[in-house]
Ligand binder design. Structure first.
Ligand code: F6P
Length: 505
C-alpha cells in the first residue's frame, strides 16, 4: 500500500471530505435517477443505498481512493492466495472454501468438505450409534456463524436437534443438558486453535456428563472441527472424526469450512452446498464487477462516508425477520474484530477512526425500544434494514405485510422527519438508511448475504489500510485471565479486591 507524503492517511480523504453535504431529500429532488443509480440486484437480493448521502461524486472519490489503495490488486491477491494477512504471514482463504480462490486452496477445501460429507453420511448411517442430538461447543467465530446458519435455516429441519454452546458460564451448558439425552448426543468441539479455554472446559464437561450417565465410550462420539488436528487428537478425538480446515481461514470467516458442520448435519449436505454456491456468486460479483456497481464496495463506501466524513461512531443493522435475529451479533464479530484496529497494515498508528461500532436488533421489536434515539437522538446512526419478501410463517399474511411495511416506513420517516412548533415533537429527518431486501431466505441467498458482508469489511479495511484478518486485540485479556486463574499474580488494587470478594484467591 502506498504511503502518502504526510505519513498519515489524512490527505487521502480530503477530496471526499470536501464534497458538498446535501440533504437526502435534496439529493432525491435533484436527481430523478437517484433510486436506480444507488440500488442494484445481486444473487436474489435488492440493495438500496438511495437513502444514504452517497452521491455520484462521492462514489467517484471513493473509487479514486480505492485505486490509490490498490483495492483491486489486493482483492486479486486475496483470491490468488497471496499472504495478504501480513502480520500473521498467511493467505486469506475463506473464499477458497466456496471454491473461489487459489487452485491448491480450493483443492484442499474440496478434499476437507468431502471428508466432512463422508463423516455426516456415516453418522446418518448409524456408525456412531443412535444420534438425535448434536451439541456443538465453540466460541466467537466457532459459534456465531454456525449459530446464525442453524437458526436462520433450521426451522422445520428435524433431522437432528442442534444446540450451540459458547459461553463458559455453566448455566448455558446446564440448560442443554436438561434437554438432551447423553446416550444419543454427538459432541462437536469447534476450535480453530483447539486451545480456547472456554471451549476446552465446555468439551471436558460434556464428556464428563456422558461418562456420569454411563455412556460407554464418550470420546467415540466426539467430532472435532479445527485447523489444529494434532491438538484435537492429543485431546482424545480419533483421527477419523477430526474435520480439519486451513490456517488461512480466519475464525470469523470460517462457517464455510468444517466449522459449518452443525448446519451441514442439520440441514443436509445439499443445503450446505447451496450456501457455498450463494457465497461464490457474491465472490464472483465482487471479483468481476466495477466498484461503482459492486454491492460490497458501495456498502463499504457508505460505511466509510459516515465514519470518516460525518464521524458516526456506530452503525446499526435491524433484521426485519425473526430468522435473521442472529445476524447483528454475527456482524459484530465480523466487523469489529476485523476492522476495530488502531494500526495500519504497515504498522503505523491509524490517524482516522477505525470501523464503526456495530449494533442492531430485530424489527419490529427494536422500534419500541431503541428507535427513539434513532429518530430524535443526537447521535448520527446509519441504519441498515434487512428484510425478506417471502414470509417465513404460515399465519395470516397480515403479519408479514405489517413487518415489511414497518421496515420501509421507518426508513421513510428517518429521512423525511417532521417539523412542528414543539421541538419535543419534531424530527430533524435527513437520517440515513439502507435496505437489503431478499427475495427469499434460503441457503443460497444467505450464503450470498454473508459473503457480501465479508467483502464489505475487506473493502473498508483496505481503504483504511487495516489488516482485517488478524485479531491481536483479544490476546491481552486472555493472558490476564490465564494469569488470574493460575493465582499468585499481582494485579492492580481494584482487580485484586474483586478477586478476593468473589472468593477466588
Ligand atoms: O479470542 C478471539 C478468537 O480468537 C476469535 O477470533 C475466534 O473466532 C475465537 O476466539 C475462537 O477461537 P478458536 O476457534 O480458536 O477457539
Amino acid at each position: 500500500m502506498a504511503d502518502n507524503e504526510a505519513g498519515d492517511q489524512t490527505n487521502d480523504w480530503s477530496a471526499i471530505e470536501a464534497l458538498p453535504k446535501r440533504k437526502l431529500e435534496e439529493l432525491f429532488a435533484s436527481d430523478p435517477e437517484r433510486l436506480s443509480r444507488f440500488s442494484l440486484d445481486v444473487a436474489g437480493m435488492h440493495f438500496d443505498w438511495s437513502k444514504t448521502h452517497l452521491t455520484t461524486e462521492a462514489v467517484t472519490a471513493f473509487e479514486a481512493l480505492s485505486h490509490k489503495r490498490d483495492l483491486a490488486g489486493r482483492r486479486d491477491k486475496m483470491f490468488a492466495g497471496d499472504h495478504i494477512n501480513v502480520t500473521e504471514d498467511r493467505p486469506v482463504e475463506h473464499t477458497a472454501e466456496r471454491y473461489e480462490g487459489a487452485p491448491e486452496s480450493v483443492a484442499r477445501a474440496k478434499k476437507y468438505h468431502e471428508r466432512m460429507r463422508t463423516l455426516i453420511d456415516a453418522i446418518e448411517a448409524g456408525a456412531l450409534g443412535e444420534i438425535r442430538y448434536v451439541l456443538h461447543t465453540g466460541i466467537g467465530g466457532s459459534a456465531l456463524g454456525p449459530n446464525l446458519l442453524v437458526d436462520s435455516l433450521g426451522r422445520g429441519a428435524d433431522r437432528y436437534e442442534v444446540a450451540i454452546v459458547s459461553n463458559v458460564d455453566g448455566m448455558a451448558m446446564e440448560d442443554v443438558f436438561k434437554q438432551f439425552d447423553p446416550h444419543t448426543t454427538l459432541l462437536v468441539v469447534a476450535s480453530k486453535t483447539f486451545t480456547t479455554t472456554e471451549t476446552m472446559l465446555n468439551a471436558d464437561t460434556v464428556v464428563q456428563w456422558m461418562q456420569e450417565a454411563g455412556v460407554d465410550d464418550p470420546y467415540g462420539r466426539v467430532v472435532a472441527l479445527t485447523a489444529s488436528p494434532e491438538k484435537a487428537i492429543e485431546w482424545g478425538v480419533d483421527e477419523t472424526r477430526v474435520l480439519p480446515f486451513g490456517e488461512g481461514v480466519g475464525g470469523r470467516y470460517s462457517l464455510w469450512s468444517s466449522i459449518g458442520f452443525p448446519a451441514a448435519i442439520k440441514l443436509g449436505w445439499a443445503a450446505f452446498e447451496e450456501l457455498l454456491e450463494g457465497a461464490a456468486e457474491m465472490d464472483r460479483h465482487f471479483r468481476l464487477t466495477a466498484l461503482h456497481e459492486s454491492a460490497p464496495a458501495l456498502a463499504a463506501f457508505a460505511d466509510l462516508y459516515y465514519t470518516q466524513v460525518r464521524r458516526a461512531e456506530t452503525r446499526a443493522t435491524f433484521a426485519y425477520d425473526e430468522r435473521l435475529k442472529l445476524l447483528p451479533p454475527y456482524l459484530q464479530q465480523l466487523e469489529m474484530e476485523s476492522n476495530g484496529k488502531g494500526v495500519t497494515v504497515s504498522g503505523r498508528w491509524l490517524t482516522r477512526p477505525s470501523t464503526a461500532i456495530t449494533w442492531g436488533g430485530v424489527g419490529t421489536d427494536a422500534q419500541h425500544a431503541v428507535f427513539q434515539l434513532l429518530h430524535q437522538g443526537t447521535h448520527l446512526v446509519p441504519v441498515e434494514f434487512v428484510a425478506v419478501i417471502e414470509a417465513g410463517d404460515d399465519l395470516n399474511p397480515e403479519h408479514h405485510k405489517q413487518l415489511l411495511l414497518n421496515a420501509f416506513a421507518q426508513g421513510a420517516a428517518l429521512m423525511k422527519g417532521k417539523h412542528v412548533d414543539d421541538p419535543a415533537r419534531s424530527y430533524t429527518g435527513d437520517r440515513p438508511t439502507s435496505t437489503i431486501l431478499l427475495d427469499q431466505l434460503d441457503p443460497h441467498t444467505l450464503g450470498a448475504l454473508i459473503a457480501f458482508y465479508e467483502h464489505r469489511v475487506f473493502v473498508a479495511g483496505t481503504l483504511l489500510e487495516i489488516n482485517s484478518f488478524d485479531q491481536f486485540g483479544v490476546e491481552l485479556g486472555k493472558e490476564m485471565a490465564k494469569a488470574a486463574s493460575k493465582g499468585g499474580q499481582e494485579f492492580d488494587p481494584s482487580t485484586t479486591d474483586l478477586i478476593k470478594r468473589a472468593g477466588l484467591e
